[in-house]
Design a protein around this ligand. Structure first.
Ligand code: ARG
Length: 527
């Protein structure tokens, strides 16, 4: 990786600050805010000092060598895998709630979480993806009350929409009859005590929901290593509660048990009726993960409405002496371009509705394609919209942008990839993975593309370090744009530069394919 080599060189010169890319190409490939002397060598072409910066120009040969590597998949993957060698990470993502439909918030968690997982994996980390299913908690008390009061079918015949409807009805009715809340709490106590009727209803709700979630994962092409829901930790809670009590960090307060912190509100370990909490289940989860996998890093891809919760979890983990790097990738909310994200059914967006609409839009773009391809475009568009924006920010969902063929969209990248494929189909040059001779006269568009391609590995590393798949998404857009500029200006087939230009096309297509794969987006050979 050129950036890595450069950082080493700069270190030897006593510079350890930030190494950036200058905004404009004429200022070189890299820039540092300092006066550093680097002699020309195999890597360095020259340096220029401007206004307190040192601009560093990389040798063409070195850039090309870096770009050639991208065509040798096995060697490339071996090299990428050295970054995280010997390190382990656990990522907690997706985590929808039983008896509630898979909403758009969980879609963000699923898409971003899966991409982060893929990126760490290709960088050589041992990765454990865990779907921390919301399958326990007071909401089941509410659901049981609703089912017993208003449901007319056998429980196993309910659909996930029925469950949602019953759950919503509970809330509207409970506003008028607050004693229903007490009933719900009682049912949750029964559930925690393993009472047969409560457990039976709960179990059936799980089956109904899982069937639905599996369909969603199948459509999204997502596979999560394991699904240890909150209920998995039931028998593991006494041990973690004991550990907290032994450390002397818990405290009785109005019959409940809490942990107080210096600069945030307290966390609830046990409620006054002895039932456990989301927080305690998360503490049991931390303990389990630390003991089972000894991870260096634990990532939570969960909405920003849970920032306080995770600060409490991480702080408590520290008090308990659990050593790992804890990160909450707190994704922002999604809003429609026209205002709040809401549908005919209520306040949660149902993923199935979004997919349906995306399919309709995709059909307009690629009418004569098969259902499978249209699906790949639709899903790719939705995912890319999610992944190309900073996870931490609220994002706007704007259909025009999501499906745009020439803008910053998934379809645009798929389209560019298919364009590369059609060029590669036309050429008689069979294999053009490397370039034996550096062409003397680079066109500026070609040089610009080469420079962009040469950043592939460093972008992966940056994206992992920042827990941000948008780094890769933006990078792929730049590659595509630069390829298209080149493509729009020069002929490829039949030209004296054909070999060289096929090399550029081949490399662009490899980068787009691998990059999109990391983002969980399918490429299409013909579009
Ligand atoms: N099921 C939860 C929700 O939808 C998210 C769980 C996130 N993971 C965790 N370890 N708490 O709000």
């Amino acid at each position: 990786m050129i950036r890595g080599e450069l950082i080493e060189l700069l270190k030897k010169k006593g510079f350890e600050g930030k190494v950036d890319h200058p905004g404009v190409e004429k200022f070189g490939d890299y820039a540092v805010r300092a006066d550093v002397d680097l002699e020309p060598d195999d890597l360095i072409e020259k340096t220029e000092k401007v206004a307190g910066f040192t601009n560093i120009f990389i040798k063409k040969e070195a850039l090309l060598k870096e770009v050639e590597k991208l065509n040798y998949e096995i060697e490339l993957k071996n090299e990428l895998a050295t970054h995280g060698k010997g390190k382990t990470m656990v990522i907690d993502y997706s985590a929808p709630n039983i008896a509630k439909p898979f909403g758009i918030g969980h879609l963000r968690s699923t898409d971003i979480g899966q991409a982060i997982y893929n990126i760490y994996k290709i960088l050589g980390w041992k990765c454990i993806g865990d779907n921390h299913l919301g399958d326990w908690g007071t909401q089941f008390g509410k659901l049981i009350v609703a089912i017993k009061k208003w449901n007319e079918k056998a429980v196993e015949e309910l659909s996930i929409d029925d469950l949602e409807r019953l759950y919503v009805k509970f809330h509207t009715e409970a506003e008028k009859n607050p004693e229903m809340e007490d009933e719900a709490r009682e049912w949750f106590v029964k559930l925690e005590n393993g009472e047969a009727e409560a457990k039976d209803i709960w179990q059936k709700c799980i089956e109904i929901s899982l069937k639905e979630f599996d369909k969603v994962y199948e459509v999204l092409g997502v596979k999560i290593d394991q699904t240890l829901g909150e209920s998995f930790y039931l028998d593991k809670m006494p041990a973690v509660i004991e550990a907290m009590e032994k450390k002397g960090i818990t405290k009785k307060s109005e019959g409940a048990e809490i942990i107080e912190f210096k600069n945030m509100s307290p966390a609830m370990v046990k409620k006054s009726n002895e039932t456990t909490t989301y927080f305690t289940r998360d503490m049991a989860t931390v303990k389990y993960r630390i003991e089972k996998w000894k991870p260096d890093l634990i990532i939570y891809e969960v909405g920003s409405d849970q920032i306080l919760h995770f600060r409490q979890v991480f702080e408590t983990a520290k008090m308990l002496g659990y050593r790992a790097n804890f990160v909450h990738v707190a994704h922002g909310m999604m809003r429609w371009a026209t205002g709040k994200f809401s549908t005919r059914k209520g306040d949660t967006i149902h993923l199935s509705e979004v997919i349906e609409k995306a399919m309709e839009e995709a059909k307009k773009i690629a009418p004569e394609n098969t259902k499978e391809k249209i699906m790949a475009v639709a899903i790719g568009a939705i995912k890319f919209n999610d992944l190309s924006q900073d996870p931490k920010k609220d994002i706007i969902f704007d259909w025009e942008r999501v499906m745009s063929m020439d803008g910053n969209s998934g379809p645009y990248l798929q389209y560019t990839y298919a364009r590369c494929q059609s060029v590669l189909e036309k050429t008689k040059i069979l294999e053009q993975k490397n370039i034996n001779e550096v062409p003397i006269d680079f066109k500026p568009e070609e040089m610009s593309l080469v420079r962009e391609l040469s950043k592939f590995e460093e972008k992966l590393v940056e994206s992992a370090e920042r827990f941000n798949p948008a780094v890769i998404a933006e990078y792929l857009l730049l590659v595509a744009r630069k390829y298209n500029e080149f493509y729009g200006k020069y002929r490829i087939i039949g030209e004296t530069e054909e070999v060289w230009r096929i090399f550029l096309t081949k490399t662009t297509s490899s980068v787009l394919k691998l990059g999109l794969e990391l983002l969980g987006i399918k490429t299409i050979e013909k579009m």
